[in-house]
Design a protein around this ligand. Structure first.
Ligand SMILES: NC(=O)c1ccc[n+]([C@@H]2O[C@H](COP(=O)([O-])OP(=O)(O)OC[C@H]3O[C@@H](n4cnc5c(N)ncnc54)[C@H](O)[C@@H]3O)[C@@H](O)[C@H]2O)c1
Length: 356
């Protein structure tokens, strides 16, 4: 098995909390270099080779890079890393806007490198079970999707996340990008939408929204209502935050909550047909608890966190097989197109079609 050398660009919370422990589980893989403008952040990773400039890291003999720096840095680093022939795992949201995201996809495709967007929640067991129920037809024809990502206002939103220049937008880019990917992953593509946004925080240093919602039309005909908010006291932040995806079909329903990553509320079969029956909780079947081939011991990590490490496992597997699988940079671009349509609709007050 060929050894894979990984370089981390950006050594903040995502790099240390998700990527580093994920790669540590992978056999034949070593994080050999780290780059951060803040030397202390790089040092805290414990990785031996440390740089302040990502160009030096690219020249240090790594096979692949993880780009976990703030959003405004992603586009340039992806282009340079692709030109240097490195496989790329780039954090979400891919870019500040759709044009930038498309340029990044073009760069990785031209370079022929393996690519992935870090839509980490795709690896949640209950999300994969929900997708399975939809794809297998157990819910019938999907009629509506009701989705929300709700958090309390926390200091997490301060710093680069509160500026359009560095983040692209507020809650939409930061947590809405995850939710949009999961709607696409479980229920289907969003074709058009009408959105509204607000900023409730009285913070002169911020120019981004902390609440945004939209009505959506899915390509297969379903309707969607989506709310993304960081003004919900009691909904937590970090490990306590909440995300829901409710999928209602002609034959049944599936309701996902991030706080129950290994369970799903469902109405299936007779429960779906009989209006007097309610939802019941099902344990996620064993085959969806981790991705195929994952070396992760399901019980070894907290249930709200451990599945995130499968992202690194899948990236490594894609590199070994030379073939990118969802979530790729293509998924990052599709998500960016939905976000762009939402921001456009907020500006114009009209329905916006999602660019193809
Ligand atoms: N997939 C997920 O679940 C998840 C979770 C958290 C964050 N993220 C994403 O990860 C990215 C980073 O977020 P974070 O929470 O780790 O932020 P953070 O602020 O904790 O860390 C970012 C780090 O990048 C460094 N940095 C800034 N500019 C740099 C540059 N040009 N080159 C190298 N390093 C640079 C900063 O010094 C900082 O240490 C963002 O895109 C964010 O949206 C994703």
């Amino acid at each position: 098995m060929k050894r894979i050398r990984i370089g981390l660009i950006g050594a903040g919370s995502a790099a240390r909390g998700i990527h580093l422990p994920g790669f540590q589980l992978c056999e034949g893989v070593e994080v050999t270099a780290v780059c951060d403008r803040d030397a202390k952040a790089a040092e805290a990773t414990g990785v031996a080779a440390r740089f302040e400039d990502y160009q030096e890291l690219l020249a240090s003999g790594v096979d692949a890079v993880v780009i976990a720096s703030p959003n405004h840095t992603h586009a340039e680093i992806v282009r340079e890393a692709a030109a240097a022939g490195k496989h790329i795992l780039c954090e979400k949201p891919l870019a500040l806007n759709l044009e930038e995201a498309r340029g990044m996809l073009e760069a990785v495709e031209q370079a022929g490198v393996v690519h992935m967007t870090a839509f980490t929640y795709q690896f949640t067991p209950a999300v994969n079970y929900l997708r399975h129920l939809v794809k297998s037809g157990a819910l019938g024809r999907i009629r509506s999707v009701r989705a929300a990502y709700l958090m309390a206002l926390s200091t997490h939103l301060l710093g680069w996340r509160s500026s359009r220049e560095f983040a692209g937008s507020g809650v939409l880019a930061d947590i809405g990008s995850h939710l949009i990917h999961l709607i696409r992953f479980t229920a289907g593509e969003i074709a058009g939408l009408t959105a509204a946004q607000r900023r409730f925080r009285e913070d002169p240093s911020s120019d981004v929204e902390d609440w945004i919602a939209f009505l959506a039309r899915l390509e297969e005909g379903a309707c969607g209502t989506v709310e993304i908010s960081r003004i919900c006291p009691g909904r937590g932040a970090g490990i306590t935050e909440e995300m829901f995806i409710e999928v209602y079909g002609s034959e049944g329903s599936g309701v996902f909550s991030l706080q129950d990553p290994c369970g799903l509320q469902v109405a299936l079969g007779e429960d779906g047909r009989n209006p007097e029956r309610g939802l019941t909780r099902r344990e996620v079947p064993a085959e969806f608890l981790k991705i195929e081939g994952s070396p992760r011991e399901v019980q070894a990590h907290p249930p709200r966190w451990g599945y995130r490490y499968d992202q690194a496992v899948q990236f490594v597997d894609s590199i070994r097989k030379g073939r990118a699988v969802t979530p790729t940079l293509h998924d990052g671009v599709r998500c960016q197109a939905v976000m762009q349509a939402a921001l456009e609709s907020c500006e114009t007050g009209r329905w916006a079609e999602v660019a193809g």
